[in-house]
Design a protein around this ligand. Structure first.
Ligand SMILES: CC(C)(COP(=O)(O)OP(=O)(O)OC[C@H]1O[C@@H](n2cnc3c(N)ncnc32)[C@H](O)[C@@H]1OP(=O)(O)O)[C@@H](O)C(=O)NCCC(=O)NCCS
Length: 161
C-alpha cells in the first residue's frame, strides 16, 4: 500500500508589496464580491492599505506545500457591523482545489492567535450558512440577529478557553 504524505500547511501575514496580495484580492472578490464590488484594482488597493498597518489587523495567507491556498483577515471592524464588538475574523476563503485538508481550520486558528497576541479575550464573526463549520472549531453563537435585512448569527470565540 502506498503511504500518502501529509500536506505541509503554513500560515503567514501579508506584508505591503507582497506578490500574494493580488491573488488574495482575486479570491476575495470571487467569494465576497456581492459585498466588496467587482473591481480587482480597488480590492488590491484596499488590501494594500489594510496590510500597511498591522497594529490591530492582519491579513493571513495559508500555503499548502508552498503554494498559496487560502486567506483570512483579523480586522478591528467588520464591514458595516451591527454590534459594537471587536476584533473580527473576516473573509475566510480556501481555494476550491485545496479544501477539506484542514487549511480553513489552520487559518481560523492562526487568526485567533493573532487576536490573542493583541490582548483580545474574544473574537467575533457574522455567518449565515457556515455556523456549523465554526461551531466545530469551538466558536459559539452569541446572538441570532438580522444584519442589513438578512438573518445572521453573531458568533464568538472565547480566546481564553
Ligand atoms: C468554509 C471554507 C473556508 C472551509 O475551508 P477548508 O479548508 O475546506 O476547511 P477545513 O479543511 O478546515 O474543514 C473542512 C470541513 O468543513 C466542512 N465545511 C465546509 N464548509 C462548511 C459549512 N459552510 N458548514 C459546515 N461545514 C462546512 C467540510 O464539509 C469539511 O468537513 P469534513 O472534514 O467532515 O470533510 C471553504 O469551504 C471556503 O472557502 N468556502 C467559501 C467561502 C466561505 O464560505 N467562507 C466562510 C464563511 S465567511
Amino acid at each position: 500500500m502506498l503511504a500518502t504524505a501529509m500536506a505541509s500547511i503554513e500560515t503567514w501575514a501579508l506584508r505591503p508589496g507582497a506578490p500574494e496580495i493580488a491573488l488574495c484580492a482575486k479570491w476575495r472578490l470571487e467569494a465576497f464580491g456581492d459585498v466588496l464590488g467587482d473591481s480587482l484594482e480597488d480590492e488590491i488597493k484596499r488590501l494594500e492599505d489594510f496590510v500597511a498597518d498591522g497594529a490591530q489587523q492582519v491579513a493571513l495567507v495559508a500555503s499548502c506545500d508552498g503554494i498559496p491556498a487560502g486567506t483570512c483577515l483579523l480586522a478591528p471592524q467588520e464591514l458595516t457591523p451591527c454590534h459594537p464588538v471587536s476584533p473580527w475574523l473576516a473573509g475566510l476563503f480556501v481555494a476550491p482545489d485545496y479544501r477539506r485538508q484542514g487549511i480553513g481550520r489552520a487559518l481560523v486558528r492562526a487568526t485567533e492567535e493573532q487576536a490573542r497576541q493583541r490582548g483580545n479575550k474574544h473574537i467575533y464573526l457574522y455567518s449565515d450558512d457556515a455556523v456549523a463549520y465554526y461551531e466545530k472549531l469551538s466558536w459559539r453563537i452569541a446572538e441570532q440577529t438580522i444584519w442589513h435585512g438578512f438573518p445572521m448569527a453573531l458568533i464568538a470565540r472565547d480566546l481564553r478557553a
